[in-house]
Design a binder for this molecule. Structure first.
Ligand code: ADP
Ligand code: MG
Length: 340
């Protein structure tokens, strides 16, 4: 069995500017699995933006067009568990062989392989075999390859061989059409005013967008409440409150420089003075921790550094906070300031 969910089809995946590249590349791969330069096809983006849906859609479409092909969808987590089991039972070679005869291998959430060197190693060999034999590999991840941590370089370089396509936050029109499509499929009618309200207020997660509509439908049908704008407000608030407020990188730099009684320009400057370097590294560390920005984007906003500098800063802060009491206190104090 392929583990594919037929409801996650291309038909049900609404197109918008935010997903056009990934969706089109998915369709191209499904039309000619292994026969395009999109191999691997890596789809990346934040949680709830449709990576799993799109990964299934590719598999479902291939199965439809090429019933004789073996297509396998698996999460990286399950793949890892299977591998650990296989090693325990002395079946490592069977495990590898099983994966090497698949025509289309779809692995969801490959960021899960971070730090798991045994699984990365076996996946590297499977990947090479499939790729050399013209088989298709599709991967998803919550980060772009450049931002992935603790993944072996040789594997990262393979990830970049094909196409990396990002799923971005859907724009307002796309959010409205996703909601309307969902309502249409469920046979529910809802005033445009309410659909617009939800689409305006839930911006960065399609799963939450759908969740709000599902709650609204449930409230109206089970509790016999009328679907009003007030009810929509109450429900939307639950979703918006649950999503953590994101602090900006500017704000982080301000808080860190205030804490060390310097100004932001000093924090960003090229100086190598130790206390300034440390303040800068802390700002980078907190930007990584509290925002969704990529390493590259953090670097460019904090004194035009590159992503390697930011990565180094994060590691340094991690190390220092476990070895240096004073430094640990800095981290705790600033965390408190940023969390209120
Ligand atoms: P991810 O794997 O990126 O966290 P999912 O694929 O699980 O996200 O998507 C979350 C929900 O949003 C799913 O129910 C999915 O069907 C829906 N969804 C996401 N993008 C779209 C889209 N463009 N059109 C329709 N539904 C979508
Ligand atoms: Mg997913």
């Amino acid at each position: 069995e392929s583990q594919l969910n037929p409801n996650y089809s291309f038909e049900n995946f609404l197109e918008g500017d935010s997903n056009r590249l990934a969706r089109s590349a998915g369709l191209a791969v499904a039309a000619k699995p292994g026969g395009t330069s999109f191999n691997p096809l890596l789809i990346f983006g934040n949680v709830g933006l449709g990576k799993t849906h799109l990964a299934h859609a590719i598999g479902v479409d291939i199965k439809d067009k090429y019933p004789e092909k073996t297509v396998l969808y698996i999460s990286a987590e399950k793949f890892t568990q299977q591998y650990i089991e296989a090693v325990k039972k002395n079946n490592r070679n069977d495990f590898i062989h099983f994966y090497q005869i698949i025509d289309v291998l779809i692995i969801d959430d490959v960021q899960f392989l971070s730090g798991k060197s045994g699984t990365q190693d076996v996946f590297f060999h499977i990947f090479n075999h499939l790729h050399q034999n013209g088989k298709q590999v599709v991967l998803t991840s919550d980060k772009a390859p450049v931002d992935m941590q603790d993944i072996e370089q040789r594997l990262l370089s393979r990830f970049k061989w094909g196409l990396s396509a990002e799923l971005q936050n859907p724009d307002f029109e796309t959010r409205v059409s996703i909601l309307k499509n969902k309502l249409y499929r469920d046979g529910v009618i809802m005033p445009d005013e309410i659909i617009d309200y939800i689409a305006k207020n839930i911006k960065s997660n399609v799963r939450e967008l759908e969740g709000a509509i599902i709650s609204l439908i449930a409230q109206s049908s089970f509790n016999k409440k009328e679907v009003t704008l007030d009810l929509a407000r109450v429900i939307v608030e639950k979703f918006v409150k649950n999503t953590k407020r994101e602090v900006s990188i500017d704000y982080i730099q301000k808080v860190v420089s205030d804490y060390f009684q310097m100004d932001v320009e000093t924090l960003q400057s090229k100086t190598r003075k130790r206390h300034i370097v440390q303040a800068r590294q802390l700002a980078m560390f907190f930007a990584k921790k509290f925002t969704k920005a990529s390493l590259a984007s953090i670097g460019s906003q904090i004194g035009k550094r590159d992503h390697a500098t930011v990565l180094h800063a994060c590691k340094t802060v991690d190390n220092l906070s476990s070895t240096d009491k004073q430094f640990k206190k800095y981290v705790e104090d600033i965390t408190k300031k940023l969390s209120v």
